[in-house]
Every structure is written in structure tokens, then in C-alpha cells.
Unconditional design. Structure first.
Length: 160
């Protein structure tokens, strides 16, 4: 759901292009640290984290309207239509470890869970530094090596 709109809110068809025109095609830019991310809803935080990564675009998946994030048109984060969860690509073993350790926060999502994707409930308390690192790991798994290395360089440069 777009920030500021609640489920069931009427949106005129003429407003849709304005509401969903957020797409970043600019090169990587230094973004706020996760600690600096505003205390807003979870989808907005996810958006802020994702859009700091090199060449990320926000583009809904399939016929859905929920924000999804891609690098070179490869998905690495999807949010649910109701904004209550997100899914991200996990390295081998990550899904099992997270779900076993904290089933109240993480789950095996339908359809993509068998491919190692991890679901995170957004209606519970999260360590946003951990979520940001999981998002960055998902990005690194699908991004071309050059972009993944660039993201790592920017991260280490921002931390010094």
C-alpha cells in the first residue's frame, strides 16, 4: 500500500500514476544508515533500505500493486499487498535457521519458499539492522558481481 493510504481507501484512477511513479534508475547513492531511517511504517523502511543499493528499481510483481524491489529486473525483495510481510531471497540454510530460531518473525512463504526465499512478518518488532543486512544479502545474491562489490564498497566506506 502506498504510504498514507489505508486498505479500503478510494483512489481515483487518475491518481494511480502519481502514486506509483516511484522508481529509481539513478546510480547508487549513499543513503541513510538504518539507525537514521525515519520511524515510519515497515514498508517505507524497506523501501529506504532497498533504494540505497546500486541500480535498484521499485516495480510491482506481476499483477500485484505492492512494492517489490529489483536489480537489473531480478527480484530480491517483495512486500505483501497488505504490508504485513515481506519476502527476500536467502542463501542456502538461512531460511531454515531463521524460521527455526524465530518462527514468530520468520516463515516459509508460499510458492517461493521451496526456492529458499524467506518471509518476514512486519507486524512484529524487528531489529532493523538485521533486516537491512538480510535485504543486502538478498541483493548480493541476484545482483551482478560488479554491483554487489560496489554495494559492499559503499557499505564499508559509509561505516568508516
Amino acid at each position: 500500500m502506498t504510504a498514507g493510504l489505508r486498505p479500503g481507501t478510494y483512489v481515483a484512477m487518475t491518481d494511480i500514476p502519481r502514486l506509483w511513479s516511484r522508481q529509481s534508475t539513478s546510480p547508487a547513492r549513499p543513503g541513510p544508515s538504518v539507525a537514521d531511517v525515519s520511524d515510519t511504517d515497515a514498508v517505507t523502511r524497506i523501501r529506504e533500505i532497498c533504494l540505497t543499493l546500486p541500480e535498484v528499481t521499485e516495480k510491482p510483481f506481476g499483477g500485484h500493486s505492492a512494492p517489490s524491489f529489483r536489480v537489473r529486473d531480478k527480484l530480491f525483495v517483495m512486500t505483501s499487498e497488505d504490508g504485513g510481510s515481506m519476502t527476500f531471497k536467502g542463501a542456502p540454510g538461512v531460511q531454515e535457521a531463521l524460521v527455526a530460531a524465530e518462527p514468530e518473525r520468520f516463515f516459509v512463504p508460499a510458492y517461493v519458499g521451496s526456492k529458499g526465499w524467506v518471509g518476514a512478518r512486519l507486524d512484529v518488532a524487528h531489529d532493523w539492522d538485521e533486516i537491512a543486512e538480510l535485504i543486502r544479502d538478498s541483493y548480493r545474491m541476484v545482483a551482478p558481481r560488479r554491483l554487489a562489490a560496489l554495494a559492499d564498497e559503499e557499505r564499508s566506506g559509509a561505516g568508516s
